[in-house]
Design a binder for this molecule. Structure first.
Ligand code: C2E
Ligand code: MG
Ligand code: MG
Ligand code: MG
Length: 286
C-alpha cells in the first residue's frame, strides 16, 4: 500500500511538473502577443504623505488579462519575461503606457501640486543598452518633466548588479529621474551601502509594515531603517499599510510616505480619473 501510494504521488508530481512546463512555455508565447493585442494594462496605487494625508503620486503596477486564464499577476509573468528577452518589450511598454496615461493627469494637477508616477524596473532592464536614452525619449515624447518619474528597483536586484546600477543611476539622476529602492529590508544589504548609490527614497518592505503592532522585531527594524534613512537624507515610503494601527505607528515614527490597502487599493485609470475629479469637486477645507 505504501508502495502504490508512493507511486501515485510520483505520477501526480510528474503530471504537475509537465503541466507547469507547458504552461510556462505557452505563457511565454502568449506574452509575446499580449502587448500587441492590448492584453496588458496598468493599475495605479496612490502614494500619500502620511502627516497630511495628501496625495503625492501613484505607483503603476502591471496586469495581464489573459483571454483563457483570466487575470495574471506580475509575480506570475514578470519572472517569465525576465528569463527571456521579453522583459525589454514589457518594460518599454510599461514606461510608455504609464507616461501616456499619466501625462494628462500631470497637466491637470500640476498647478495645485505636481504629482509623480513610479514604475517598477527589473535588473535586466537597467543593464540593457539604450535604457537611459529610451526613458529620455519617452518623457520628451509625452512632454513630461523627468522630475515626475520615479524608478523602483528592488534591493536584491540592485545588489546583483551594483556597478552597472551606479553608472546608470548617475545618468538618470543627472537627467532628474529619481531612484527608489523597493522591498527594502529583505535584501540583506545595509543602508550605508545603499547610500553609496545615488538613491533618493527607500520603500520599507510590506513584511515589516504588516507586523507593526504585532511583533516587536518588525517595529525595531522599521524604527532603525527610518532612523538611518533620516540621518542619510533619504526619504521613506512604507509599503503594504493594511490597518489604521499600522498607519498611526508610521505617522508617529515620522515615516514620510505610505501606500497600502488601508489607504487605497490599486485603481484602473478610469477610477483614478474619477478619484481626482472628486478631489477637485470637494471644496477645500483651507
Ligand atoms: P512592489 O513593487 O513591491 O509592489 C507592491 C505590491 O504590493 C503590489 O503587488 C501591490 O498590489 C501590493 N500591495 C499594495 N498594497 C498592499 C497591501 O496593503 N497589502 C498587500 N498584501 N499587498 C499590497 P503586485 O501588483 O501583485 O506586484 C507585485 C510585484 O511585481 C511588485 O512589487 C513589483 O516588484 C512587480 N511588478 C509589478 N508591476 C511591474 C512592472 O511593470 N515591471 C516590473 N519589472 N515589475 C513589476
Ligand atoms: Mg514597487
Ligand atoms: Mg515593494
Ligand atoms: Mg515586491
Amino acid at each position: 500500500r505504501a508502495k502504490s501510494s508512493g507511486k501515485a504521488r510520483y505520477v501526480i508530481f510528474d503530471a504537475t511538473m509537465r503541466k507547469r512546463a507547458i504552461n510556462r512555455l505557452s505563457l511565454e508565447m502568449d506574452l509575446r502577443h499580449a502587448i500587441e493585442q492590448n492584453h496588458l494594462y496598468l493599475v495605479y496605487q496612490p502614494i500619500l504623505e502620511l502627516q497630511s494625508g495628501a496625495l503625492i503620486g501613484f505607483e503603476a503596477l502591471a496586469r495581464w488579462q489573459h483571454p483563457e486564464h483570466g487575470l495574471i499577476l506580475p509575480a506570475d509573468f514578470i519572472p517569465i519575461a525576465e528569463e527571456t528577452s521579453l522583459i525589454r518589450e514589457v518594460g518599454r511598454w510599461v514606461l510608455r503606457e504609464a507616461c501616456r496615461q499619466f501625462a494628462p493627469i500631470f497637466y491637470q494637477t500640476k498647478h495645485i501640486r505636481p504629482l509623480v508616477i513610479s514604475i517598477n524596473v527589473s535588473s535586466r532592464q537597467i543593464t540593457e543598452s539604450g535604457f537611459v536614452e529610451y526613458i529620455r525619449e519617452t518623457l520628451e515624447g509625452y512632454r513630461l518633466p523627468p522630475t515626475c518619474l520615479k524608478l523602483e528597483i528592488t534591493e536584491s536586484a540592485l545588489i546583483e548588479s551594483v556597478d552597472i546600477a551606479r553608472h546608470v543611476f548617475h545618468q538618470l539622476r543627472q537627467m532628474g529621474v529619481d531612484i527608489h529602492v523597493d522591498d527594502f529590508g529583505t535584501g540583506y544589504s545595509s543602508l550605508s551601502y545603499i547610500h553609496r548609490l545615488p538613491v533618493d527614497v527607500i520603500k520599507i518592505d510590506q513584511a515589516f509594515v504588516q507586523k507593526l503592532g504585532e511583533d516587536e522585531q518588525s517595529l525595531e527594524i522599521t524604527r532603525s531603517i527610518l532612523h538611518m534613512a533620516r540621518s542619510l537624507g533619504i526619504k521613506t515610503v512604507a509599503e503594504g499599510i493594511e490597518s489604521q494601527q499600522q498607519y498611526l505607528f508610521l505617522q508617529q515614527m515620522a515615516c514620510e510616505y505610505g501606500q497600502g490597502y488601508f489607504l487605497s487599493q490599486p485603481m484602473t485609470i478610469a477610477q483614478v480619473e474619477d478619484f481626482l475629479k472628486s478631489l477637485k469637486d470637494t471644496p477645500s477645507a483651507e
